[in-house]
Design a protein around this ligand. Structure first.
Ligand SMILES: Cc1cc2nc3c(=O)[nH]c(=O)nc-3n(C[C@H](O)[C@H](O)[C@H](O)COP(=O)(O)OP(=O)(O)OC[C@H]3O[C@@H](n4cnc5c(N)ncnc54)[C@H](O)[C@@H]3O)c2cc1C
Ligand SMILES: NC(=O)c1ccc[n+]([C@@H]2O[C@H](COP(=O)([O-])OP(=O)(O)OC[C@H]3O[C@@H](n4cnc5c(N)ncnc54)[C@H](O)[C@@H]3O)[C@@H](O)[C@H]2O)c1
Length: 475
């Protein structure tokens, strides 16, 4: 390696910008090439905007549940949420401003740390050479280390092309200034579920077209069941085992055609049918970077691609489509490339959250791992309905589920379905990453009354599981 390592990063999302910060910290000469704005899709179109929208919809969800707390609307509405004017134009203006401001803050920090930002589209022309196409023309950048962090874009069905007005992908919903009269959401993965939940809370009649039996395929089935029940109770119309084939405009509305010939009518449709990696046409395979059959860059646990000197991070690797994972993969790449101590990416410690009401947070070993024999963990599920704080808050849906190893009682995973699951999961995440036992976890104080008391209670109830297994082993 030369005295100063030249690093060129393609993509300014969390995978790219977090790597840039580490690269600069470790003395690299870092150039970040980004085509659509620093912060990437995470900040400008996906994670930050959706969670900002959900900050508003959460207030309305709480208001709609407040009747049970003795708060009645004064104007004859069904619940408190019916007493406010939901100004979607104002909500979306706030969302977009916040995203732009966040993007600006990240760009400022990068420049302060000595990262050079090139606004343009980059492509590899050889292993160590990138050409960035900018508004001023082409710029050639030589690199000792390249990081590809180009993310993904929304998948489009050939007969349901988004028009940005009524047929929308999730990057386009923030253009709306008026609430849809009836929103069809196609796809009941995390994106579809979060938007169906948010728009329902905003007071929009929602139809959810779900290709499976239940919403959130691939997530914890008990958690998915809770959400399905909550959605149905709130009046979201779920069309299960239905695959959308087309979406077309008709008059002032849209018609979604299903595979079985049925048609669903609404004022708008949001297509949330997955993503495609941004890896085509940027010289990756020509430079020796192996892509899998879906187009994701194949990487190892220190973010190395198959081509020497070329690393990849984030959604374009298909590892786990989360901003936190992208950021960690990016940092790992720089630690490795620039010779610092480097921890491998541990996928079995990743925590994530689905921002619905209630939230669904998970970490580590899953129910599927246990059911399919990949983990021998003991499982305990504790409904939150008996928790004192949950009763005070009139919260009846949700549970805590913990997974621990049978012999040692080490906590290896957890699922929390609760209004603040995204915060509650951190204790479990810490337990998983630090290999804390159920006994140690249960011995730590929790506040009374609190939902976290149920997390500790679940650990306490797993005490005998570990003991029983140990006794069986030693007898
Ligand atoms: C609706 C939605 C909500 C989400 N919510 C959450 C959440 O709450 N929490 C969470 O952890 N994750 C969330 N995610 C996932 C999260 O957004 C992604 O995991 C994250 O964006 C991945 O970061 P990245 O750096 O890999 O890519 P991106 O954020 O996609 O950034 C990649 C950047 O590279 C640019 N680019 C592409 N090609 C080139 C090129 N050739 N040259 C230069 N630049 C290029 C792109 O324009 C983009 O700016 C959500 C996803 C969606 C769809
Ligand atoms: N809160 C968060 O952290 C958050 C939020 C959103 C997305 N994400 C990340 O993004 C990833 C992708 O999530 P996603 O929901 O965008 O995509 P996805 O691929 O997980 O889900 C898309 C869903 O659409 C369904 N589908 C596909 N074609 C269909 C059709 N024609 N008709 C009906 N249904 C159809 C699929 O069966 C699937 O269930 C997640 O795994 C997650 O990692 C995270």
């Amino acid at each position: 390696m030369p005295d100063v390592t030249k690093v060129v990063i393609l993509g300014g999302g969390p995978g790219g910008y977090e790597a840039a910060l580490v690269g600069a910290q470790l003395g690299g000469e870092v150039t970040l090439v980004d085509s659509d704005g620093i912060g990437g899709s995470a900040v400008l179109t996906d994670c930050v905007p959706s969670k900002t929208l959900i900050a508003t919809s959460d207030v309305l969800s709480a208001m709609s549940e407040a009747t049970g707390l003795g708060l009645h609307p004064a104007n004859g509405a069904d619940d408190l949420s019916g007493t406010v004017i939901t100004d979607l134009g104002a909500i979306n203006t706030r969302v977009l401003h916040l995203a732009q401001a966040q993007s600006g803050d990240i760009a400022t920090r990068l420049v302060e740390e000595g990262v050079r930002i090139v606004r343009g589209r980059g492509r590899l022309v050889s292993v160590g050479t990138i050409v960035a196409t900018t508004s001023l023309g082409e710029e050639r950048l030589e690199a000792d280390v390249v990081l590809v962090a180009t993310g993904t874009h929304p998948r489009v069905l050939p007969d349901a092309i988004p028009d940005g007005e009524r047929i929308l992908d999730w990057t386009q919903v923030y253009n709306l200034t008026d609430l849809p009269e009836r929103l069809i959401v196609v796809g009941s993965g995390v994106t579809g579920a979060e938007f169906a939940n948010a728009y329902d809370a905003l007071g929009v009649p929602v139809v959810l077209v779900s290709s499976r039996d239940m919403v959130l395929p691939g997530e914890d089935p008990d958690a998915a069941r809770v959400l399905q029940d909550v959605f149905e109770r709130r009046g979201i119309e779920i069309i299960s085992q239905a695959r959308a084939m087309s979406a077309r405009r008709e008059g002032d509305g849209v018609v979604v055609g299903l595979e079985d010939g049925r048609e669903v009518r609404g004022s708008h449709v949001l297509m949330a049918v997955g993503s495609i990696p941004n890896t085509a046409g940027i010289g990756l395979e020509e430079a020796g970077v192996t892509l899998d059959k879906r187009g994701y860059v194949t990487v190892d646990k220190v973010s190395r691609s198959s081509a020497r000197g070329i690393y990849a991070a984030g959604d374009c690797t298909g590892v786990f489509a989360l901003a936190s994972v992208a950021a960690m993969q990016g940092r790992i790449a720089m630690w490795h490339a620039l010779g610092d101590a480097v921890p491998q990416l541990k996928q079995d410690t990743i925590a994530s959250n689905i921002f619905t009401a209630p939230e669904i947070a998970t970490v580590g070993v899953t129910q599927k791992d246990v059911d399919e024999g990949r983990s021998t963990a003991d499982v305990l599920m504790l409904p939150l309905a008996s928790n004192a704080r949950a009763k005070m808050q009139e919260f009846t849906d949700g549970f805590v589920k913990l997974f621990c190893l049978p012999i040692t009682g080490i906590i290896v995973g957890g699922v929390i379905v609760a209004p603040t699951a995204s915060e509650l999961i951190h204790a479990v995440s810490l337990a998983v990453s630090q290999r804390i036992t159920v006994d140690d976890f249960a011995h730590a104080f929790t506040v009374y009354p609190s939902l976290s008391g149920s997390v500790a209670e679940a650990a306490r109830r797993l005490h005998n599981h570990g003991k029983m297994a140990t006794a069986e082993l030693t007898n």
